[in-house]
Design a protein around this ligand. Structure first.
Ligand code: ADP
Ligand code: MG
Length: 260
């Protein structure tokens, strides 16, 4: 969909973080091919907050995984920070991913018998950072998500929303150029889920580039751009120039108090 290709605001070369052209990913199950995503043309600039929205099975996770270099496309072009990464091998993928991308998952994926601070320190272990520095960066990231009073708590001593905040701090701590969140509110009650979206919006406003996947329009509306997916293809793109106003349409009471 060349003409319908979605483009963010400032298109200058150095501002483009992610660009895909006719990206596709096939899976095969029992000899049957499935086009999980197809013909994806997407351009995302630094500092954007994008929601990939679509029903279950529409290809959101598949696309997110490729954008985050967890998986590779079957066809098409993927340019990340100006470098074509479509053809690189798994080791190179991992190298870039570990330095450049932070992930948040639906089920938090925290280590169970490990404190919040140690969970957040994990990404910093890879590059051999000294312990004191790790601890201080992890504490700072936890403070950023409002958990400075929970450093020593283990996941089972935290609420679902707090666990997701720890996971977000872990995604932030290595200061990645891109934060990806796959259904980050999917395991939370709606009020807590919206708290998480408010936090993501705050992180976006402080300069982070975020791409989230969700099936829920009430979650997607926290993003500044909504890209709709259906059957593996982009079917629409909407930029929100202004934040939604109070009392609008289907907003729940819990949501309204956070809308500015
Ligand atoms: P969503 O995240 O929007 O629910 P997915 O990206 O998980 O959608 O899946 C898109 C399509 O690709 C679905 O039909 C799904 O069954 C298929 N799919 C996803 N991952 C795999 C896989 N590892 N093997 C086979 N099929 C897959
Ligand atoms: Mg999914």
């Amino acid at each position: 969909m060349k003409d319908g290709a979605f483009h963010g605001s400032d298109q200058s070369q150095e501002n483009v973080l992610v660009r895909t052209e006719r990206l596709g990913r096939d899976f095969s199950i029992g000899g049957q091919g499935i086009r999980a995503i197809d013909e994806i043309d997407l351009t995302i600039v630094r500092g954007e907050f994008v929601a990939l929205m679509g029903p279950s099975g529409s290809g959101k996770s598949t696309l997110l995984n490729i954008l985050g270099l967890l998986d590779r496309a079957t066809r098409g072009l993927y340019v990340f920070e100006g470098r074509e990464v479509s053809g690189i091998d798994a080791d190179q993928c991992a190298f870039i991913r570990n330095r450049k991308v932070g992930f948040v998952f639906q089920n938090f994926s925290l280590l169970a018998r490990t404190s919040a601070r140690e969970n957040v320190e994990l990404p910093l272990l890879y590059n051999g950072m000294p312990r004191r520095q790790r601890q201080s960066l992890a504490a700072a990231a936890l403070a950023e998500v409002g958990l400075e009073h929970r450093l020593g708590h283990r996941p089972n001593q935290l609420s679902g929303g707090e666990q997701q905040r720890v996971a977000i701090a872990r995604a932030l701590v290595s200061r990645p150029v891109l934060i990806l969140a796959d259904e980050p509110t999917g395991a939370l009650d709606s009020r807590t889920g919206l708290e998480i979206m408010k936090l993501m919006r705050r992180l976006h406003r402080s300069g982070n580039t975020i791409i989230t996947a969700t099936h829920d329009p009430n979650v997607a509306r926290y993003a500044e751009t909504i890209v709709s997916l259906q059957d593996g293809r982009i079917t629409g793109c909407r930029r929100m120039h202004t934040a939604p106003h109070r009392g609008e349409g289907t907003l729940s009471a819990a949501m309204q108090d956070g809308i500015s």
